[in-house]
Design a protein around this ligand. Structure first.
Ligand code: SF4
Length: 282
């Protein structure tokens, strides 16, 4: 932070409700239809692009504040006020309230409080889509315990590849992140998902797939999503073809049967090939 008043940018999300009523919110967006989460109402807990990563494939743009500092970037009560207002007027069925948005949601130091307060307002399922970088911290683990779904991104297990794709804050060490996820898995009784995003020439090697297989054997997630770049990324990067994604999924999910279509039966852990975009990271 530099003291400049403009270092943080907020954007307003335009949300159309039934009956053509149109409202502008600053911290919630949608609802949008998501392949993984159905009808999802997005929530951002940080301004545009406050993140511990600066992923080369990020479709929200380049990171403007690369940080691991947890603080109340947006007043928790303001987020809750918007949600309360939206839920009181909305008549659309919402499957999930999803923390994602414009940066890394776990950077908000009152995330646990916000989740608990939402639980008092509604019984809609709460999902948190995180890059996983702060799960080394006990306070972050505690904050996420009340979510219904937590999805972490894990694109590589060696520091060099991890940094190439994440352009992460230098304090973040991937082996610590993996250990943190394994510990969290033991505490967390709800759905834990892992997303692996593959970028051509960066993390699409057989060795990386084998490393990920080993890490996933320890983590034991409920679902594994394999994804690639689709929409305008922050940097010039190339996606994998569908055939390449299939090859990756066979190795990452070594020894397991895989399905490619949602809803088909298979053995756990489930690997789904998703070529849908990370629209607002949902
Ligand atoms: S993809 Fe997510 S974790 Fe990566 S830079 Fe964008 S907002 Fe941050």
């Amino acid at each position: 932070m530099t003291g400049s008043k403009n270092y943080i940018q907020f954007i307003s999300f335009e949300n159309k409700l039934e009956g053509n009523e149109e409202l502008a919110y600053r911290y919630i967006y949608g609802p949008i239809t998501s392949r993984r989460l159905g009808v999802s109402l997005g929530v951002t807990t940080v301004p545009h692009k406050v993140c511990s990563f600066n992923c080369i494939y990020c479709e929200v743009g380049k990171t403007t504040l690369l940080t691991t500092e947890r603080k109340e970037y947006i007043p928790a009560e303001a987020i809750l006020e918007e949600l309360k207002d939206f839920l009181s007027k909305n008549t659309t069925k919402i499957d999930h309230i999803t923390f994602s948005g414009l940066g890394e949601p776990t950077l908000h130091i009152r995330l646990g409080y916000i989740i608990k307060e939402i639980k008092k307002m509604t019984n809609i399922s709460i999902a948190v889509l995180s890059n996983g970088s702060l799960i080394t911290r006990d306070d972050v683990k505690m904050d996420l315990l009340n979510a219904d779904i937590v999805k972490f991104t894990l694109n590589a297990t060696d520091q060099e590849t991890y940094e190439k794709i994440s352009l992460n804050h230098p304090d973040i060490k991937v082996q610590d992140v993996i250990s943190g996820i394994v510990e969290f898995r033991k505490m967390f009784t709800h759905e834990l998902w892992i997303e692996i995003l593959l970028v051509k020439g960066i993390n699409n090697t057989i060795q990386n797939y084998l490393n990920l297989y080993n890490a996933l054997s320890m983590i034991k997630p409920d679902k594994i999503h394999i994804n690639t770049v689709i929409r305008a990324p922050a940097y010039k990067v190339e996606p994998l073809s569908f055939a390449e994604l299939l090859e990756a999924s066979r190795i990452i999910n070594h020894g397991s049967k895989i399905i490619y279509k949602k809803g088909t039966t298979r053995v756990a852990p489930q690997t789904e090939i998703s070529t849908s975009s990370l629209n607002s990271n949902i």
